[in-house]
Design a protein around this ligand. Structure first.
Ligand code: UVW
Length: 317
């Protein structure tokens, strides 16, 4: 009897382990995810929404001309993921030896320009194995001076309707917990409370409150964060946005509650659906003023063949 109980316990432990080994999400196969809905040769993904109609639709939301900045300052208080950096060294003061003695100052910045600060992710940024968005291959399209597909310099100016989904306000908190996974219900509930619906081509921006830590407690800011999980990302992808952004470092919850997954929303957005991500947004002013809808304006830097860009987006209302 004792032996049977032990055997049954071991069998149970093995089946529990096997069950735990099935990840809650897997990357769709290439035949399932390619070609993308924008066509086999497409490199623009969700930026295909950027048409004159998107600008005109967003411009209708400008009523007062108030501009709200959505970027953190690039400087010594920045929070970094991994080994990224931004080191500025002043080069001062060169005195031009003319009668007017014109002095000249500048600086040199040593940085990972594509992936620091408030940052916009292009499709070269993330892969599944050797495969990017639209199943383009990394090893066939990369040289020493840049990525030959999906270079961030091709994205251009984005001017579209922005929607702030204030999940922190919906949950009645200033800041969501350290690794709170935002559910579909949270997004739907917040949108309902704000009397908003999503439209294709929106810049969908999620307020978690986590941005309060940026520059104040950077070790905690980058250790984990609240954000959307797999289900919320899949739901948002069906809404066909131009981009998904948040006031945290990866847009998504981190670490993912499923310990077998590493930043799956990066793959759901960038690799599977061709939807851009916008990270480390500064959303306190927008949230505090209760601005749910606005004209979103942003242009990535023209970094040829870059995977992303530090950016300074604005909301205009
Ligand atoms: C990674 O590069 C993993 O993260 P992020 O896009 O959030 O900077």
């Amino acid at each position: 009897m004792k032996a049977f109980t032990l055997g049954a316990a071991i069998a149970l432990a093995f089946s529990a382990a096997a069950y735990a080994q099935a990840p809650s999400w897997t990357v769709p196969s290439e035949s399932q995810r390619c070609p993308s809905k924008w066509g086999a040769a497409d490199e623009r993904g969700s930026a295909n929404h950027q048409k004159p109609a998107a600008v005109l639709n967003a411009a209708k939301l400008i009523k007062t001309g108030e501009v709200i900045e959505l970027a953190h300052v690039l400087g010594p208080n920045m929070a970094f993921f991994g080994t990224r950096r931004f080191d500025m060294h002043t080069k001062r003061t060169f005195m031009n030896q003319f009668s007017n003695m014109r002095g000249s100052n500048e600086e040199i910045i040593i940085t990972e320009l594509g992936q620091v600060g408030t940052q916009f992710d292009g499709f070269a940024h993330q892969t599944h194995l050797n495969s990017w968005y639209n199943c383009q291959k990394v090893d066939e399209n990369t040289d020493r001076t840049g990525f030959k597909k999906f270079g961030i310099h091709n994205v251009g100016a984005l001017f579209t309707r922005g929607v702030l989904i204030d999940v922190a306000a919906f949950k009645g908190v200033e800041m969501l917990d350290d690794n709170y996974e935002i559910s579909v219900g949270d997004l739907e509930g917040a949108l309902k409370k704000q009397n908003l619906t999503l439209q294709p081509g929106d810049a969908v921006i999620i307020h978690t409150g986590w941005g309060k830590l940026y520059g104040k407690d950077n070790p905690r800011y980058v250790k984990s964060c609240p954000g959307i999980g797999v289900q919320a990302a899949l739901w948002l992808a069906t809404k066909d946005p131009m981009l998904l952004g948040a006031d945290n470092w990866p847009v998504e919850v981190a670490p993912n509650p499923d310990k077998q997954l590493s930043l799956p929303v990066h793959q759901i957005a960038l690799v599977v659906n061709g939807i851009h991500l916008l990270e480390n947004l500064k959303l306190d002013e927008l949230a505090q003023k209760g601005v749910g809808e606005f004209a979103f304006v942003m242009q990535p830097l023209k970094i040829q063949g870059g995977s992303g860009s530090t950016v300074s987006p604005i909301a205009v209302r």
